[in-house]
Design a protein around this ligand. Structure first.
Ligand code: HQG
Length: 178
């Protein structure tokens, strides 16, 4: 399997587990987990991808998007469907980053970072990773530095999911344009 093919399947899998499991008759539980066999049935049919390939896709994913556990699989982050996102794999560093399109800045500095169509706001540990995400929204993304240290001190929760950090929202006072 080439890296291009892996990427195609990974994108589909993200959509399936984050946004439209119903469309493919896949059931997702409260924690976001689906039966591995249900997902394999869909992947076999669409892409001829079997369990070994799926495990390779999950293992080689640089952002650690998926988690396989006890015959089940879930997306770690990015959901729009109603799952319980309140779990974490570790602590946040003092600063986090997010990048967005210039036209969003006014609204973000007024209302804060909001999850918009997803369950959570997504942030990264490095400016570089954030800018890569920002490039999906604009050719000239604006980098925001998030004061994670003070968010946590003030009782706001930040969760670690793979290489991504998430929050319910980020009020403007913790956001700085850099
Ligand atoms: C913006 C990818 C106006 C926000 C990435 C962003 C990430 C506001 C957009 C993950 C706003 C939402 C998520 C406000 C937020 N006013 N605009 N108040 N608050 N926004 O795609 O973080 O590759 O839902 O800045 O790497 O870009 O798929 O969020 O531009 O980790 O695994 O609203 O998806 O991961 O866009 O991306 P998104 P995101 P994968």
């Amino acid at each position: 399997m080439t890296s291009e093919e892996r990427k195609r399947v990974s994108k589909f899998l993200s959509g399936l587990l984050r946004h439209y499991p119903d469309r493919f008759g896949v059931e997702v539980d409260r924690s976001g987990f689906a039966n591995l066999n249900d997902v394999l049935r869909v992947l076999e049919e669409r892409y001829g991808v079997g369990e070994e390939h799926l495990r390779a896709i999950v293992a080689l994913d640089g952002k650690r998007r998926f988690e396989i556990c006890d015959g089940k699989i879930r997306a770690r982050y990015g959901h729009s469907i109603d799952v319980d996102v309140r779990w974490s794999e570790g602590n946040a560093p003092r600063k986090l980053y997010h990048a967005t399109a210039p036209e969003n800045i006014g609204s973000i500095m007024r209302y804060g970072l909001l999850p918009m169509r997803r369950r959570e706001v997504h942030m990264t540990e490095t400016p570089e990773e954030a800018l890569e995400v920002g490039l999906r929204h604009s050719k000239t993304p604006v980098l925001l530095e998030i004061d994670a240290e003070n968010m946590i001190r003030d009782g706001l929760e930040i969760r670690k999911k793979g290489r991504v950090f998430t929050a319910d929202s980020v009020p403007p006072r913790y956001i700085r344009v850099v």
